[in-house]
Design a protein around this ligand. Structure first.
Ligand SMILES: NC(=O)c1ccc[n+]([C@@H]2O[C@H](COP(=O)([O-])OP(=O)(O)OC[C@H]3O[C@@H](n4cnc5c(N)ncnc54)[C@H](O)[C@@H]3O)[C@@H](O)[C@H]2O)c1
Length: 273
């Protein structure tokens, strides 16, 4: 018996990286999946975002666990497209009890005349996109009356800050901190419905967001005496997507049935540096 048998989970940014790991871990424990991803590029992002083939691959892997998946291409910034994707999933799979607002971008290096656009895109995707994810899923969860778990994927950069001084990185840090406020407000607002809301704060995970030349150049250009603050307290350079997925599973499951309003750091102690 799985920890999530009979449940349905809505996951944004599910085509690859951590979002895919969340879809697979939850499916492994019995959940059916509503997956969305933009599968297209955003100009201010200096590394490739996911492709339709990536999303197909997530779907095939979920099905290997014998679970069902409704996968749609949708931009979390587009409220109506996101609503259509969520509604199509619920129509096919039944009411949803688990939401993982995971889609994100890191417009690192957007300097000069690209700074304002980088700032705006980071806020639009991360903060407005997560708010949109709440808006389209919450009414159905309340109406179904079965409680649930909403998980906002923030970052270690949602509890502390560093930046390359670009608009995109500034926006990333500001938006990831903003998610904590949104999480706390909705933990309070949805508490009477037994819907729990928490945020997860990973430190570095080797996905396309970090495995690119821009990120490497930023780390290399940080003066040696400041490097320590970019690392973790434990002697590990990277966490794996599965480490974050295990935390998502815990928050989604009844093992965490009275955990709400929590900022959960999964960061090998980065937050104490
Ligand atoms: N990689 C890290 O070191 C790290 C650390 C802390 C937090 N995070 C956060 O984890 C989450 C997952 O990131 P990842 O590391 O898997 O990176 P990733 O780039 O591999 O995955 C992000 C996914 O979101 C999708 N996406 C981007 N914009 C979208 C939009 N507007 N609408 C729908 N989908 C969109 C992308 O196509 C991609 O599939 C992000 O919120 C990220 O900020 C990452």
């Amino acid at each position: 018996m799985g920890k999530l048998d009979g449940k349905v989970a809505f996951i944004t940014g599910a085509a690859r990286g951590q979002g895919r790991a969340h879809a697979l871990r939850l499916a492994e424990e019995g959940a059916d999946i509503i997956a969305v991803d933009i599968c297209a590029q955003i100009d201010t992002v200096g590394y490739p975002l996911a492709t339709p083939e990536d999303l197909d691959e997530t779907a095939a892997l979920v099905e290997k666990f014998g679970r069902r998946i409704v996968a749609s291409i949708a931009d979390v910034r587009d409220l109506e497209a996101l609503r259509a994707a969520f509604d199509a999933g619920v129509a096919a799979l039944g009411p949803c009890q688990i939401v993982v607002a995971n889609a994100g971008i890191h417009p690192i290096g957007t300097m000069g005349d690209r700074a304002a656009a980088g700032w705006r895109d980071a806020l639009d995707v991360i903060l407005t996109g997560s708010w949109n994810t709440l808006q389209v899923s919450m009414p159905q969860m309340v109406e179904a009356g079965k409680g649930g778990s909403i998980i906002l994927i923030s970052s270690s950069n949602g509890l502390k800050g560093h930046t390359d001084g670009s608009g995109g990185w500034d926006g990333y840090v500001a938006a990831k901190h903003g998610l904590v406020g949104l999480m706390r407000a909705y933990a309070w607002y949805l508490g009477p419905h037994h819907i729990r809301v928490n945020s997860i704060h990973p430190s570095g995970v080797p996905t396309p967001m970090t495995m690119n030349h821009l990120f490497g150049e930023y780390t290399a250009s940080t003066p040696p005496e400041r490097q320590w603050r970019l690392g973790n307290a434990m002697p590990v350079e990277w966490l794996q997507p599965e480490d974050i997925a295990n935390a998502v599973l815990w928050l989604a499951s009844d093992d965490a049935r009275y955990v709400s309003g929590v900022t959960l750091s999964v960061d090998a102690g980065s937050n104490v540096l």
